[in-house]
Design a protein around this ligand. Structure first.
Ligand code: MGD
Ligand code: MGD
Ligand code: SF4
Ligand code: MO
Length: 748
């Protein structure tokens, strides 16, 4: 690669995956030396936040592994070759499957903020092993919302921030965490526009809250009372969109029944807010042309999270903010990462609800640490670091130790990989073709398949290649079919290939399950620029064409669904800055609504749950743990655990403990002092930052800190050394990480 050339790729630090243009060079030409925004990227259009400038810290980061590793009996690792690794791993997984059933092999991960192709390819390996239980980080944040969406809308919904006149951020700080394209530029423009209103509900005076027209500084953990009061205000003074609600929803009578006598003033007081400020907010929402809502971790990892997800949606549905400009919409997607939101299965040991196919993260350790006959006995972890990212790290380590086999696929020797029997080295997201399925824009949505910037380092491989080799080693890859398909593709091109491939899937259900790896080894090998990892997008393009042919046609892909799918697939492979694949309108949005086109207002279980609010929030003032610790705040220099090298941080290198001046005075600490944080399960030392961002009684530490590097360095606190598994939502099992009861003491 020439050094002056700019290559298109994407930032991999948050789900936005802004398009980047980079120059490579440096040592052996393997460094990212210059980065700028890619103007050709359909969503980010040249935008980047400051975090992207450090991407070389990911590409050439700490703790990289470049060879398959096997644990020795003394706990150290030895390098082994790929043949040995794939053969032994599949033999050991198969032995567990044959002795105890494939359902004892648990799968965790499948992708981070920038990579979702591992999840697509691993589905083949999981099918062969009969692994039916899985989870990912989504089951410690979003599953409550997915469940509510499923019941109300029969699909996922998103807020149309770029066309709304009222923007509502609930427990969300997009200035740091983004979540919408070009977030900072958006927030600046929006807050300056006198015709638009920004509402933020957050106990903290965040960067976003400072820009808001209305900042409801709710008491930590009391959003449920606030939203119940808002609905009561709408119902009791009949300020909801009566005609719209009658036409488009069912269940209004139940809502009126429950909220008509709810004591509004009392509930506002429980939330630490005045009736007047809540009234004003409700008025703005009721009068908005289109209001877009984003709820995030501030409530999703907090008390009553699933209930709040529901109440929040009732507020905007009652005001008619769905299926019109600037309101909520149902996005077009190639792969539905949110699943159906249905909860039809339970986890085998704890009997926890599995939502959208995912076991709640907070029960995984309990599913393992038991003598129950249905316990998980083996685990495959891919592109995730559950020891660091899930509640109660000690318990997760104990669980990993108890398993008969742990295999981790990662680019680095992580806190989780250290407990593996085998660690398989993945190439980084800049060393293989990669993509995410996190794009949900409207009215046009896009997809970005990124071309590698470098060859894989050492013996590392893409996940697509890893899963193929695992299945070839176990003899589960249908080699004869692969050979036949290769020949057909050469001789008859894609139409003949497609015909034979479809027929093969019809003849043998296993072929459909192995489709990703078969396509990788056949269609993938024939793709331009060695884009083999892109092969799995072909069936996804076809599914989309069959589902949403009109949307695809409006985006410029013509002909019958098969032709459309081929054009889209080729465009994705060729388009290095991302391509638009759908062009929706409001009719499309209504057409995608489930439940026969009517929004279901009543979720009986959650309406019943309102009873628990009657007693008001728990007062912790005089308990052993009087503080609400927000364990894992997004800040300037946090990016989950994607950067393992903390030298990228230009400020706040240890991740300070933020607290209010009042609390600091009582405890006797000032900025820069050390304090001890103690929770029910652990204790840690932190450097204090006194700031009037925080309310008295509320303290926070950042996420992503406290990684243990191979060279012995560590910076800041690993938040989950302090969080507990039991502290979780009643419905979705999601953790209360934003409200960890804690004690804070000065250190002399
Ligand atoms: N810089 C950066 N950006 C990121 C990430 C990162 O690590 N770093 N991670 C990405 C990921 S994986 C995710 S899921 C998103 C998360 O993005 P966010 O949800 O925006 O992130 P948080 O800072 O964890 O929490 C949001 C807000 O919740 C508030 N909060 C705390 N308690 C309460 C409460 O009781 N009620 C209310 N209403 N609010 C409360 C906090 O003050 C905080 O401002 O960010 C993504 N973007
Ligand atoms: N207390 C507390 N805990 C939290 C949070 C919080 O706010 N508070 N936030 C939670 C949230 S919202 C999330 S999303 C999770 C995130 O936590 P995780 O889901 O565990 O994911 P990441 O930290 O994003 O790290 C992903 C892993 O992928 C690896 N990786 C990077 N690129 C590749 C690749 O190309 N291939 C492979 N195979 N591996 C790769 C990285 O080395 C890293 O080990 O953390 C959660 N944990
Ligand atoms: S918003 Fe920032 S961190 Fe997120 S993808 Fe864009 S540049 Fe990267
Ligand atoms: Mo997340």
């Amino acid at each position: 690669m020439s050094q002056d050339e700019w290559h298109a790729s994407a930032c991999i630090l948050c789900e936005l995956n802004c398009g980047i243009k980079v120059q490579t060079g440096g040592a052996e030409g393997r460094e990212i030396v210059r980065i700028r925004g890619d103007e050709d990227h359909p969503a980010s259009q040249g935008y980047l936040c400051q975090k992207a400038s450090g991407l070389n810290h990911y590409q050439n980061g700490k703790d990289r592994i470049t060879s398959p590793l096997r644990r020795r009996t003394d706990g150290s690792f030895e390098k082994i070759d790929w043949n040995t690794a794939t053969r032994e791993i599949m033999e050991r997984f198969a032995a567990i499957r044959d002795a105890h059933g494939g359902d004892k092999i648990f799968y965790y991960g499948g992708g981070g903020q920038g990579n979702h192709l591992p999840g697509a390819y691993s589905s083949a390996t999981r099918s062969v092993l009969g692994s039916v239980y899985r989870s990912s980080a989504l089951a410690q944040e979003k599953t409550g919302e997915f469940w509510v969406n499923g019941q109300m809308f029969g699909t996922m919904v998103k807020g149309d921030f770029h066309h709304c006149d009222v923007a509502f951020f609930l427990g969300k700080n997009p200035w740091h965490s983004h979540g919408i394209p070009r977030a900072r530029a958006f927030l600046k423009d929006f807050s300056k526009d006198p015709t638009k209103t920004m509402i933020v509900v957050d106990p903290v005076v965040t960067e976003t809250a400072k820009m808001a027209d209305i900042h409801l500084r709710v008491k930590p953990g009391t959003d449920a009372w606030l939203f119940a009061a808002m609905i009561a205000m709408l119902v009791q003074s009949e300020r909801y969109a009566q005609a719209w609600v009658t036409e488009n929803t069912t269940g209004l009578a139940d809502i009126i029944h429950v909220f008509s006598s709810l004591p509004v003033a009392e509930y506002c007081a429980y939330a630490g807010l005045t009736v007047a400020e809540v009234e004003r907010t409700v008025e703005v929402i009721a009068n908005a042309k289109g209001m877009a809502m984003f709820e995030d971790l501030g409530i999703q990892m907090n008390h009553h999270s699933t209930l709040i997800s529901y109440l929040e949606k009732l507020v905007w549905v009652l005001c008619g903010h769905f299926g019109k400009e600037g309101a909520q919409y149902v996005p077009a997607y190639l792969q539905n990462i949110a699943g159906s939101g249905r909860s039809s299965r339970k986890s085998p040991v704890v009997q926890a609800p599995i939502i959208s196919g995912m076991v709640p993260c907070n029960v995984i350790a309990d599913e393992i640490l038991t003598d129950h006959p249905d316990r998980y006995r083996a685990m495959l972890v891919e592109s995730a670091n559950p020891v660091h990212s899930l509640a109660d790290s000690n318990r997760m380590r104990e669980a990993l130790r108890a398993l008969e086999l742990v295999v981790v696929i990662d680019i680095a020797m992580t806190e989780t990989a250290r407990f593996a029997d085998y660690v398989l080295p993945a190439s980084t997201q800049f060393e293989k073709w990669e993509a995410t399925f996190f794009n949900f824009e409207f009215p046009e949505n896009y997809f970005h398949l990124r071309k590698p910037l470098f060859a894989p380092l050492g013996d590392s491989l893409s996940e697509a290649e890893i899963h193929c080799r695992l299945l070839e080693a176990s003899g589960d890859m249908p080699m004869a079919l692969v050979e036949e398909l290769r020949t057909i593709l050469q001789q008859a091109g894609r139409p003949g290939f497609q015909e034979r491939f479809m027929a093969a899937m019809g003849e043998d259900a296993m072929v459909a399950k192995l489709a990703p790896v078969i396509l990788y080894r056949t269609l993938g090998e024939a793709l331009p620029e060695d884009a083999a990892e892109g092969a799995v997008l072909w069936p996804l393009a076809l599914n989309f064409a069959l589902r949403d042919s009109e949307s695809l046609a409006r985006a410029g892909y013509t002909g019958d669904a098969f032709k459309q799918a081929d054009q889209l697939f080729d465009a994705i492979i060729a388009g290095h800055s991302g391509v638009t694949f759908s062009k929706d309108n409001l009719e499309t949005v209504w057409g995608r609504l489930g439940h026969e086109g009517r929004i279901q207002l009543a979720i009986p279980t959650l309406l019943d749950e309102l009873k628990v609010l009657e007693a008001g929030p728990l007062d912790r003032t005089n308990t052993e743990f009087p503080f609400a610790l927000s364990a894992g705040e997004r800040r300037d220099y946090t990016a989950n655990t994607i950067y393992r090298d903390f030298s990228w941080r230009r400020k706040d290198p240890d991740g300070s403990l933020r607290m209010s001046p009042d609390d600091a005075a009582v405890i006797g600490v000032s900025t820069g002092d050390q304090a001890r944080i103690t929770t029910a399960i652990g204790s840690a030392l932190a450097r204090v930052e006194v700031t009037d961002r925080m309310l008295p009684g509320h303290v926070s530490i950042p996420n992503g800190f406290g990684l243990d590097n191979e060279d012995g360095t560590r910076s800041g606190i690993a938040p989950n050394e302090l969080t507990s598994l039991d502290d979780r939502d009643k419905f979705a099992g999601t953790p209360h990480h934003k409200f960890v009861p804690a004690k804070i003491e000065a250190i002399a």
